[in-house]
Design a binder for this molecule. Structure first.
Ligand SMILES: CC(C)(COP(=O)(O)OP(=O)(O)OC[C@H]1O[C@@H](n2cnc3c(N)ncnc32)[C@H](O)[C@@H]1OP(=O)(O)O)[C@@H](O)C(=O)NCCC(=O)NCCS
Length: 168
């Protein structure tokens, strides 16, 4: 399955992005079921966000984004990826994170590092990040707040430009 990545055009694609986000469940995000207002409140576009559709045969099956691009070069953009349930577990996550990583380092000459956080029990995302060269840098104990008020540990991953460049 060969996914393609196309820019999420802001604000033209806002409604389509909200439709996509409310149609599925996100078990490893703080709010697993988003209503339209919550979905519209996510950072989907704007000057410091790079957001892309993940498409298979032209059909949008996921969203992948990087935030905090304004903080380059001192800051580290953060990744988020959401694939529709029928498209999980098919290898798309690795291709998408690899693609966005290449895109960010290629597009932003001053970018030094990229970060990603994931809940401690999101094994698939941890595997994806490791496969894409990201290093587990720490465990933030009870830093993750779930919708119901319970807390979980966050794992933080990072990848430096020089590490990325050494394999590209
Ligand atoms: C997390 C996510 C991006 C992973 O992408 P994916 O395409 O499903 O993952 P892949 O198919 O590339 O699988 C990567 C590895 O994780 C493993 N994996 C996949 N789903 C898994 C699961 N539920 N539990 C344990 N391992 C799993 C796969 O087996 C694969 O390892 P393998 O090649 O050794 O078999 C995707 O499942 C997703 O969008 N989930 C919902 C949203 C989410 O959790 N986003 C991350 C927020 S931080």
């Amino acid at each position: 399955m060969q996914p393609e990545f196309t820019p999420l055009v802001w604000p033209d694609d806002a409604d389509a992005a909200v439709d996509f986000l409310v149609a599925d469940e996100w078990p490893f995000h703080g709010t697993p079921r988003l209503d339209r207002e919550q979905a519209a409140g996510l950072s989907l576009g704007g000057h410091d966000v790079a957001a892309f559709w993940v498409r298979v045969d032209g059909v949008p099956v996921g969203l992948i984004r990087a935030f905090d691009l304004d903080d380059i070069p001192s800051g580290s953009p953060l990744l988020d990826i959401r694939l529709a349930a029928p498209y999980r577990g098919r290898g798309i996550g690795v291709l998408a994170v690899r693609w966005l990583t290449d895109h960010l380092f290629t597009r932003h000459a001053l970018l030094v590092r990229i970060e990603a956080t994931t809940r401690h029990d999101n094994t698939a995302m941890q595997t994806v990040l490791t496969r894409c060269g990201y290093r587990l840098e720490g465990r933030l104990v009870e830093a993750w707040v779930n919708d119901d008020g319970t807390r979980a540990d966050s794992l933080i991953y990072g990848l430096l430009r020089r590490e990325w460049a050494s394999v590209n």
